[in-house]
Design a protein around this ligand. Sequence first.
Ligand SMILES: *[C@@H]1O[C@H](CO)[C@@H](O)[C@H](O)[C@H]1NC(C)=O
Ligand SMILES: *[C@@H]1O[C@H](CO)[C@@H](O)[C@H](O)[C@H]1NC(C)=O
Ligand SMILES: *[C@@H]1O[C@H](CO)[C@@H](O)[C@H](O)[C@H]1NC(C)=O
Ligand SMILES: *[C@@H]1O[C@H](CO)[C@@H](O)[C@H](O)[C@H]1NC(C)=O
Ligand SMILES: *[C@@H]1O[C@H](CO)[C@@H](O)[C@H](O)[C@H]1NC(C)=O
Ligand SMILES: *[C@@H]1O[C@H](CO)[C@@H](O)[C@H](O)[C@H]1NC(C)=O
Ligand SMILES: *[C@@H]1O[C@H](CO)[C@@H](O)[C@H](O)[C@H]1NC(C)=O
Ligand SMILES: *[C@@H]1O[C@H](CO)[C@@H](O)[C@H](O)[C@H]1NC(C)=O
Ligand SMILES: *[C@@H]1O[C@H](CO)[C@@H](O)[C@H](O)[C@H]1NC(C)=O
Ligand SMILES: *[C@@H]1O[C@H](CO)[C@@H](O)[C@H](O)[C@H]1NC(C)=O
Ligand SMILES: CC(=O)N[C@H]1CO[C@H](CO)[C@@H](O)[C@@H]1O
Length: 807
Amino acid sequence: MKMGKATNLYGSFFFLVCLSIEFSLVVRGQNRTTIPVNVGVVLDDLDSPNTKVWLSCINLGLSDFYTSHGSSTTRLALNIRDSREGVVDAAAAALDLIKNDQVHAILGPKSSMQANFVIELGDKAQVPIISFSATSPSLTSIRSSYFFRAAQNDSSQVKAISAVVQAFGWREAVPIYIDNEYGQGVIPYLVDALQEVQAQVPYRSAIPPEATDDQLVAELYKLMTMQTRVFIVHMLPSLGSRLFAKAQEIDMMDGDYVWIMASGMTNHLTTMNASVINSLQGALGVRTYVPQTKELVDFRARWKRQFQKDNPTIIDAELDVPALWAYDAAFALAMAVENVGTKNFGFEKANASTNSSTDLEYFGVSQNGPELCQSLSSTNFRGLSGDFSFVDGQLQNSIFELVNVIGNAAKTIGFWKPQSGLEKKLNLTNTNGPYSTSKSNLAPILWPGDSPSVPKGWEIPTNGKRLRVGVPVIDGFAEFVKVVPGPSANTTEVFGFCIDVFNAAMAGLPYAVTYDFIPFAKPDGTSAGSYDDLVQQVFLGNFDALAADTTIRANRSLYVDFTLPYTESGVVMVVPMKDGKSKNAWIFLKPLTWDLWLTSLCFFVFIGFAVWVLEHRINEEFRGPPSHQIGTSFWFSFSTMVFAQREKVVSNLARFVVIVWVFVVLILTQSYTASLTSLLTVQQLQPTFSNLSDLIKNKEYIGYINGSFVGELLIQSGVHPDKLRPYKSSDECHEFLTNGSANGGIAAAIDETPNMKLFLAKYCSKYTMIGPIFKTDGFGFVSSLSLLLSQVTFHEDNHVTHCTPHY
Ligand SMILES: *[C@@H]1O[C@H](CO)[C@@H](O)[C@H](O)[C@H]1NC(C)=O
Ligand SMILES: *[C@@H]1O[C@H](CO)[C@@H](O)[C@H](O)[C@H]1NC(C)=O
Ligand SMILES: *[C@@H]1O[C@H](CO)[C@@H](O)[C@H](O)[C@H]1NC(C)=O
Ligand SMILES: *[C@@H]1O[C@H](CO)[C@@H](O)[C@H](O)[C@H]1NC(C)=O
Ligand SMILES: *[C@@H]1O[C@H](CO)[C@@H](O)[C@H](O)[C@H]1NC(C)=O
Ligand SMILES: *[C@@H]1O[C@H](CO)[C@@H](O)[C@H](O)[C@H]1NC(C)=O
Ligand SMILES: *[C@@H]1O[C@H](CO)[C@@H](O)[C@H](O)[C@H]1NC(C)=O
Ligand SMILES: *[C@@H]1O[C@H](CO)[C@@H](O)[C@H](O)[C@H]1NC(C)=O
Ligand SMILES: *[C@@H]1O[C@H](CO)[C@@H](O)[C@H](O)[C@H]1NC(C)=O
Ligand SMILES: *[C@@H]1O[C@H](CO)[C@@H](O)[C@H](O)[C@H]1NC(C)=O
Ligand SMILES: CC(=O)N[C@H]1CO[C@H](CO)[C@@H](O)[C@@H]1O
């Protein structure tokens, strides 16, 4: 009968064949014996427009495949089940499909929660499960070789989100996600990615799937009171659109806020109605990049016509990204089934001997399962959503488009690629360029509240936590930190170099941080402990940071974090200078040793004698009585010392001797003068002790500032604890040093360089500084929030007045 119709067609209208090859193929194909292959589809709420769109795409995908592959011998027969948004319903639907309809593959289910169990069922029955909308990365961990994800998993977008956060220099971001497997799945990946770009996640806002509007508003108010103003919204449009509507109501879609939508929202932007889009103004979004090819444009037109015809009641339906994946998944499945060939698509019956009270474990195994999997894994074609191929059951496509919702549409502001980061114009040939996260690679953005300026991502919170910054109450060197009672009762004011540096550092942070200085004092206002105790308080969490002259020490850094040092480093010793003048009355003899004095004397005598020998016969002046001759000779010789000889020398030989001798004398006197000068000056600066071992050997008392680690350091280096005297202030130190070891004072004070420089600035003439005798790393701020403070680099600016030694 059909054959007759076809023959008739061929006979009567054969001239039309050339015009309508496709049509004839279909007609011929229909007559071929094709093998029907049962395939299941599990989707939520079959009456919803969204599901209808996806189903129409699946159908179009199949018909497009069979149209373009006229010679195919298999036909997929869809068995559609409604999973009614339930996990159990989805499992029941899948079980029903596998057991009763003996399907060889299942498209769906929709959500990640449903997918979980359906994947396990598919694994057991060797039925491939191809989901185009279950995106939770946790599904990968089931490790079923029968699960294919024809969609981008959620974790592939986290780097794109963190690149945006990095581009604008935001230091904190709060994820707002739906509190189910879909929402939670991506959070670990997102937090890791944010941490990689030094952005912290101070809080995670998990919203129950069935949250009421009141709960949404309560959560939003909570977020409003916090400091962070960058929110990353990871949820599906059903909940997300309500969240944004509420955020708009309470003015959180305003200039200070940043909203970044993950692909769960952004991939569905095209299907959202105007009122939802209106509440998203200024939000950023990350969505799967779909190349706008001619095929896609054609398909959209074709699909629109078809959908209008099938569903005249639904107006303004639009394709979203999962719809394109649904089309590609159906196409891929048809192709895979075709490639497996015309083998018997059978089901091995379950062993009837198995006893089971439920029939859950009581179903057959698809005989072609492994081959179908193999075939699916090797499918590779150019689909509507881009190149379509599975690697380990995952769709390989990881380019994202960044959008900014403006007006009634999403404006593309850039692209993100795993290899090269942010790009303004997508360059597919650039596959290994340098990874860029520069905001100059993004088009201008209109932020929430129609503001063109980039939000700081940080606000002084209405009731946020203020940092508790400890300051020591030790009246050692008030120039560094000084706590004084404030004008009103129970308040204190803090001054000093450390406080100034701390304030400057905090002001340099890219966002506002509020903090209070809290003196580390007992209720009566006296010091509550040493610097080690103070550091301990940060470790115990009583302070968040310290603004103090705390030295960076190895064992302190085991408990707390230090900033870079902001002063000079090292521990030095200050000792009184010896009063050298009185006991050096004979200092003028010191420059030459006694043997040199003796040798010089001998030479004077010898030269006198030599000149007399050479001169007395021919020179009148060296004549006369022997006593006169001796006198003249020696007088001549010694007067060369000051070059004052008046006797003329006549003999050339004698002149030669005298010239050589005068030269020697010149050198001798010059050396003497120089040595004497240096001796006199050095003598004045002689410290009483020049090293620690001398002090220890002489059993002298050594001073250090009370509460400092220096005491411990000295005990470690061999000083007897009894020989240590702590002083409280630089004045007391001076008094101790003046009294000396013997009178209840100290012989030397040992402290850190900055302290001692201050001390010397005050008592310059009496003491000298020796060292550094120990190495330390200088003063640094202590913090339990190292990240916060270490962003600031200190420009060392030495405020300590130096004292120029006067010789
Ligand atoms: C997510 O997809 C990317 C590629 O698109 C893949 O590299 C990654 O391993 C996937 N992650 C998970 C958890 O499936
Ligand atoms: C727009 O969509 C939301 C949820 O998708 C719905 O609650 C709202 O009624 C819709 N608005 C209009 C005008 O259709
Ligand atoms: C049925 O039993 C046979 C033999 O015990 C076994 O080889 C086969 O795998 C079983 N089939 C199923 C579906 O359990
Ligand atoms: C099935 O159950 C019956 C009774 O409950 C038992 O006698 C029989 O041995 C069971 N068969 C198997 C294969 O477990
Ligand atoms: C794309 O990147 C490649 C390699 O970096 C470069 O040579 C090419 O000029 C780029 N094309 C465009 C349009 O920017
Ligand atoms: C000061 O502190 C004391 C005890 O902590 C308290 O009783 C008193 O009310 C406080 N005064 C003010 C003005 O806060
Ligand atoms: C040193 O300080 C502690 C408290 O930190 C105090 O108990 C002690 O009396 C002080 N010693 C001197 C000598 O001031
Ligand atoms: C550092 O080490 C000393 C002993 O070597 C110890 O007494 C002190 O408590 C340590 N400091 C801290 C902060 O643990
Ligand atoms: C310490 O100084 C004395 C002189 O004051 C010197 O004799 C001694 O060698 C020095 N010791 C060390 C270890 O430098
Ligand atoms: C130093 O000596 C003077 C007088 O000998 C004495 O009055 C003073 O208390 C001493 N100072 C110290 C800190 O011991
Ligand atoms: C249903 C139908 O028309 N079947 C025909 C398909 O073509 C063969 C010959 O190729 C006929 O024998 C069938 O009757």
